[in-house]
Design a protein around this ligand. Sequence first.
Ligand code: MIG
Length: 584
Amino acid sequence: MDNTFQTEFDLKTSYETYSITADGGALDYYILAGPAPKDVIRQYTSLTGRMELPPKWALGYHQSRYSYRSEAEVRELVEAFKRKNIPLDAVHLDIHYMDEYRVFTFDEQKFPEPEKLVQDLKAEGIKIVPIVDPGVKRDETYLPYQEGMEKNHFSSYSDGSVYYGDVWPGESAFPDFFRGETRKWWEEQQAYYTNMGIEGVWNDMNEPAVFNEKKTMDNDVFHEENGVFKTHRELHNAYGLHMSQASFEGLKNKLGGKRPFVLTRAGFAGIQRYAAVWTGDNRSFWEHLQMAVPMTLNLGVSGVPFAGNDVGGFAHDTNAELLTRWTQLGTFTPFFRNHSNIGTVFQEPWAFGEKTEETIKKYIELRHKWMPHLYELFQEASETGMPIMRPMMMHYAEDPNTLKLHDQFMVGEDVLVAPVTQSAAKHRIVYLPAGTWYNYWNDNEVYEGGRYIMAEADLDTLPIFIRENSAILEGSVKQNADAKQESLRVHVYLGESGSLSKRIYEDDGETLNHQNEKYFSESISISRDNDIISIEEKDIHAGYTPCWSAKTYVLHQVSEAIEVYINGSKQETVYDKADLRAFV
Ligand code: MIG
């Protein structure tokens, strides 16, 4: 349904009917005929657009806090990550970095040399992501406000008077992001950040949120869309979308061929073209960890593959166990950021002692090991709209047991992840659809699916299962995505007479050159006939040279008598008896 007025979806009151109502405007329906869930998503994203491939660093681990308040605090934080060898890709700066919350400023006392900070961290592979809210402080001496007033960039009433709302900087004006001219102006403002070397911004409060009873802008404020004036009542829901559009286009134009990153809280259909979405202010409650799974899945099937939740929980105090479990889930949510509220306990990976730190580190490292696999899925998402994190029903729609399963999910179509979202649990029930499944942590444990199993899940363990006849790409543990990828392993899980095909995708991870043929893509087909395994490697596109020097196949659950052929020629194998694996 294509309508930006206030809408209500009631999917609960009645079993027989769903109701969707809108406050005004036309009811424009699009019927997407599928037939399979994947087809619906492809069709829907052909209408609303698809995510551009993000920079690889954005897929890494982000650390945030409301707020890291000074340059010294940020440097100490980064030092701690380095000392402890915990991978880190980005540090987010919340509202206290600004001079009295004026966007496009740094507080000169607390951040005396922001550019140096950004550059120093960048040299270590760590990006700074500042928060940028829409509200522009009403202050005659402040350039963005002056310019905005002069050029009529702010949303106004019908008599031309500017709308002011109270937000962090106090009384503020709100750019009319529906106007092309205003978006251009906002794009220009991004230079303030990109000139320092910043490559990503975080758009918050862009519903827009205002500190008043209604919590937002007045309904009778006007916006100008393609030369037509429309009320905020009509356009409210799309305000965040267009703010992110301007942020994204601005960064993109100014980054000289590098890929931008925008994170947003608000959005509308199509937001995936401009920004990753996080699900806002959750709380450090187990219930909110539980809800994180269906929320992220719903975003995924709604065309927004790059989504995630505040890991550890935002409001209230988290604890060792909750943070551990939440980090385990975060390892497989497309966006992976630990963030917490002012006044709550600190929740950096080491905040709860050595044991907890060790487990959390293991999972952040795991994120990097899985990076080649995830990156391939991100690339697929950019082309087809398919989510990275997928509900079970997307691939098993014919199995009624999967239709309402929302406490486990698929990563791509080969990996099943079942996070623990209850306190004190050491086991959990996992539904394995029909077929054969391997325990990722110990593949001597092989399960026949079409049933529920009780998976072991002590605090150190996130249950992960690999579908038979699939392959998983594994990279090396790195301190961040910019570090060199030294090895690539292709883990192969084949039944005795099975076959699979897998695509490897790689590019430089940071520029737009992949749009000009500078990428590497290889297709691997593998088939097994008992002890004979044949691998066919075929370059689909060799426009980029991946930096791993060699790739290793790890063949799981095979016998010592194994014979392996790559493109017809017989290979030497190293056999590991204990794990029944062969390395080629
Ligand atoms: O009124 O910038 O969701 O992530 O830390 C709260 C402060 C404003 C809400 C965001 C949250 C952020 C906080 N912001």
